[in-house]
Write a protein that binds this ligand. Structure first.
Ligand SMILES: *Cc1c(COP(=O)(O)O)cnc(C)c1O
Length: 347
């Protein structure tokens, strides 16, 4: 293995555009999207709005910017949004909620399942002179920090109902909503219907180089367009990127189940190695809990054997399956990872 590139399972963001995708990007019809519109971007937005069952969609350079634009539109400074304690919006967006939107996060600690409505009844408080006013409920499906865990349609609907009882809108961080819909064997629109606004990413499992969309009502997207401009997210000949995203949606959505099967395979091979415990994956993210705080050593040893994984925290490593790692390659990676765990944890 020493002279070939390692198998990269750090994230599903590491995929590179295929030759066919590059061809679609190179030949895209483009215009100035900040000035008077880009035709390929319009087509992508229409396609995504249709798939998600929303009135309109808007193309963004990143999922983070799309999430923050949604939060900026839904909330007012001095209010709070409720999210789970491991939410991407809370843990991995460098406090943009506070810095850009003037809003505080109220992290909800679930007892077991992520979006069990019973855990949210207490935190979503009734209006009071003493309590911050809730302005938004944020859901995440699949859930990155929970190892690509899928929340069921019933739980999503219960959350939507609870938020509605409090007159609070719902935003869905659906960076990997494609994976959730695949795992649940549902049209993605059924999951999107549980939220007022939805962010979906093209640069995770779908394998496009750049981009995300925010979808919602026409009125909401008009406001989100202003937010995108304010955040510096206007893109000129964005059709080059939108063409990659559209290609990803048309050609790579139907194959996500392969990534899920590979992740399950990897989890089965690795579970128990050196006393490590794997959280059996719902989708394409495999979290491996170590019996001791040796994540950095496991990552380093795995790399010398030929597979890149990431340290999630000192007692946990993460491997993610994706388009650029077909089943046979993941099988090889699984044996390397098993060996690395056995060596580092038993030594
Ligand atoms: C990756 C990710 C984001 C952010 O998307 P970027 O395009 O990397 O900014 C948001 N939420 C979740 C759950 C993610 O996994």
């Amino acid at each position: 293995m020493a002279h070939t590139a390692p198998i990269d399972l750090r994230s599903d963001t590491v995929t590179r555009p295929t030759a066919a995708m590059r061809q679609a990007m190179a030949s895209a019809d483009v215009g100035d999207d900040v000035l008077d519109g880009d035709p390929t971007t319009r087509q992508l937005e229409a396609l995504v709005a249709d798939r998600l069952g929303k009135e309109r969609a808007l193309f963004f350079p990143s999922g983070t910017m799309a999430n923050q634009a949604a939060i900026w539109v839904h909330t007012r400074p001095g209010t709070e949004l409720l999210c789970d304690a491991d939410a991407h919006i809370y843990r991995w967006e460098i406090a943009a909620v506070a810095g850009l939107c003037g809003v505080q996060c109220h992290p909800v600690h679930g007892q077991g399942a992520l979006f069990n409505v019973h855990d949210w009844r207490g935190p979503l408080r009734a209006p009071s002179i003493h309590a911050p006013e809730p302005s938004l409920v944020c859901l995440e499906n699949t859930h990155n920090g929970a190892g690509g865990a899928v929340t069921s349609l019933l739980d999503m609907q219960a959350m939507q109902q609870l938020a509605a009882e409090h007159g609070v809108p719902v935003h869905l961080d659906g960076a990997r909503l494609w994976n959730a819909a695949t795992a649940l064997q549902l049209p993605i629109s059924a999951l999107a219907a549980c939220a007022d606004s939805v962010m979906v990413s093209f640069s995770k499992g779908l394998g496009a180089p750049v981009g995300a969309c925010l979808a919602g009502s026409a009125e909401f997207i008009t406001k989100a367009h202003r937010a995108r401009k304010r955040f510096g997210g206007g893109m000129r000949q964005s059709g080059i990127l939108a063409a990659g995203a559209r290609f990803a949606l048309q050609h790579h959505y139907d194959r996500l189940a392969e990534d899920h099967a590979s992740a399950t395979y990897l989890a089965q091979v690795v579970d128990g190695a050196g006393g490590a415990r794997v959280v059996m994956p719902d989708t394409n993210i495999v979290m491996v809990d170590l019996p001791m705080q040796r994540a950095a050593q496991v990552v380093a040893r795995a790399l010398t054997l030929g597979v890149r994984i990431s340290e999630w925290h000192p007692g946990r490593v993460r491997a993610v399956t994706h388009l650029d790692a077909p089943a046979g390659v993941v099988a090889t990676a699984a044996t390397f990872l098993r060996q690395a765990l056995e060596e580092v944890l038993v030594a």
